[in-house]
Design a protein around this ligand. Structure first.
Ligand code: HEC
Length: 153
């Protein structure tokens, strides 16, 4: 029993050293492609930010989307962190465009900076500032899509 566990551990170590021997420059473990990162990491987080500012008109009248509880603000904070760090994710080697990556890097870094402004707005519970950064965030998404994802909105 103990022998099997030790054996399994040794096999795991072997696997780790084999992976390192592969000569990867960075210890990154690609999980998904760009489509996955957009669809399952970035887009849902951006949606939470956009869904937490401004007003919507419902059958019951105008409804302010600004969070009203600490829990509600924490939800936006979480999403702003996801967007901020997603800018770094987009700079991982396997997600970088194969050529002409210069503007890509600018867009990704710009997105992180906008998300940091959103974080500041969340910390201040400033719904006007959050609304404004939400607009800036949309512009960064759009700008990168116009260059690198023709056909995506
Ligand atoms: C640095 C460039 C870049 C930035 C910034 C960026 N995107 Fe994308 N996005 C892309 C590219 C390239 C594609 C097309 C990828 C594909 O589907 O192969 C894409 C595709 C998408 C898709 C469609 C996924 C699919 O293929 O169905 C969604 C949704 C999306 N992005 C959301 C966003 C949102 C929301 C933001 C901003 C918060 C954003 N993106 C910012 C580059 C970017």
């Amino acid at each position: 029993m103990a022998g099997r566990i030790v054996g399994g551990f040794a096999a795991a170590l072997l696997l780790v050293s084999c992976t390192q021997d592969a000569g990867d420059e960075l210890p990154v473990q690609p999980v998904g492609d760009l489509h996955d990162t957009m669809t399952w990491v970035l887009d849902p987080a951006a949606d939470v930010i956009w869904g937490s500012t401004g007003w919507i008109i419902t059958a019951q009248g105008a409804q302010d989307l600004t969070p009203t509880t600490e829990e509600g603000w924490d939800k936006v904070r979480h999403s702003a962190w996801v967007v901020a760090e997603s800018g770094n994710l987009l700079l991982m080697p396997h997600l970088l465009p194969e050529s002409d990556a210069e503007a890509w890097v600018e867009f990704a870094r710009g997105m992180t900076r906008v998300a940091q402004q959103a974080l500041a707005a969340v910390d201040a519970q400033d719904s006007d500032a959050l609304f404004e950064t939400g607009g800036n965030l949309y512009n960064v998404c759009l700008a990168c899509h116009q260059v690198y994802a023709r056909g995506e909105e």
